[in-house]
Design a protein around this ligand. Structure first.
Ligand code: NDP
Length: 330
């Protein structure tokens, strides 16, 4: 099978030369292992961080070795009790066609309950991120006005819809194309949305939220964060989920110039990692699974086919090619 290796650590925007698609042996599973033929691979913004060797919350990818990431696949050989050939599993060895997975790090998933790709998206890590970030970290409450950036992406589109379902007074989203902006309002039920490329974010946000915002769910950082602080109401909360606008920077980006507004607003900014909130997982599966089954929560996926296009799919996430979760189908 083929696997994507990191060839060198990217500086700035990753270049094709920083990666190589390598033919590898397909090993037989040992005791407690399964051999998985991957069918869906995830590409996520956090992977950019793992390509660098800066100290972080997950180990960096090693140069000359296969990269990793969320994946769903079918067990084709098993040395593990409880997992049989034909079972489908969610695991962490993506970026490759075949994966030798320790059974204890694989989670059995049921294609009869939900399409397999959704375990990487709306019912998976990004969906759970939206849920915990909005409801716990930003302490969302009924009546709040919520602003979310990256709003047409995997996490953002779910944040806005959960806020609406939970009784937000107003939900505002920003995204990078007119097509995405239309989708937010017409399909996902946002009250207002704007294209951040059309003009200053601060001005566009003030127009979209004339009475200010109580919650900002940050996926982008930079101008968006400054704009949100500028529109924050008294006791407002900002959950820092991601800052994709700085992930390819080679120099530190300037910080928001208006932090002093946090004093008058008694505002709070808090970063979070989804992996710290696993105690909410069953609540998430029950509540979000219910909304998906009833059709109240909608989702899109952008599907790219073929292991050879795995890298382009990843770069596409950084460029904004995706609507909803970016998925690689093998
Ligand atoms: P998305 O599906 O939202 O894809 C990324 C999107 O970011 C692109 O589609 C693009 O959309 C947008 N984007 C890219 N560059 C810029 C820029 N310079 N300014 C504004 N928008 C930009 O990805 P995810 O939903 O998977 O992730 C969203 C965020 O959540 C990321 O920041 C990620 O790192 C973070 N995250 C954090 C987690 C945590 O535990 N803290 C867990 C999971 C994700 P557009 O066309 O609108 O520009």
């Amino acid at each position: 099978g083929r696997a994507w290796h990191l060839a060198s650590r990217p500086v700035g925007w990753p270049k094709p030369e920083d990666f190589s698609l390598v033919e590898t042996e397909v090993p037989a599973p040992g005791e407690g292992q399964v051999l998985v033929r991957n069918t869906y691979l995830s590409v996520d913004p956090y992977m950019r961080g793992r390509m660098s060797d800066a100290k972080s919350y997950v180990a960096p990818y090693e140069v000359g070795e296969a990269m990793q990431g969320g994946a769903v696949g079918e067990v084709v050989a098993s040395g593990a009790e409880g997992l049989a050939v034909g079972d489908h599993v969610l695991h962490g060895l993506g970026w490759r066609e075949y994966a030798l997975v320790d059974a204890k790090s694989a989670v059995k998933v049921d294609p009869g309950v939900a399409p397999l790709s959704t375990y990487l998206g709306v019912l998976g890590m990004p969906g759970f991120t939206a849920y915990v970030g909005l409801l716990r970290v930003a302490a969302f409450k009924e009546g709040d006005a919520v602003f979310v950036s990256g709003a047409a992406g995997a996490v953002g589109s779910q944040v806005g819809q959960i806020a609406k379902l939970k009784g937000a007074s107003r939900v505002i989203g920003s995204a990078g194309s007119d097509e995405k902006v239309a989708l937010l309002v017409e399909e996902y039920g946002f009250d207002a949305a704007f294209n951040y490329k059309d003009g200053p974010v601060g001005r566009q946000l003030r127009e979209a939220a004339p009475d200010g915002i109580d919650v900002y769910f940050d996926n982008v950082g930079g101008d968006h964060l400054e704009a949100a602080i500028g529109s924050l109401n008294r006791d407002g909360r900002i959950a820092v989920c991601g800052m994709i606008s700085v992930y390819n920077n080679t120099e530190p980006a300037p910080g928001p110039r208006n932090l002093a507004r946090l004093i008058q607003t008694r505002g709070r900014i808090e970063g979070f990692l989804v992996s710290d909130h696993n105690d909410l997982r069953s609540e998430f599966v029950r509540e979000v699974g219910g909304w998906i089954a009833s059709g109240e929560l909608k989702y899109r996926e952008t599907v790219v086919e073929g292991i050879e296009n795995n890298l382009e799919a990843f770069l596409g996430v950084l460029r904004g090619d995706n609507i909803g979760k970016m998925i690689v189908k093998l």
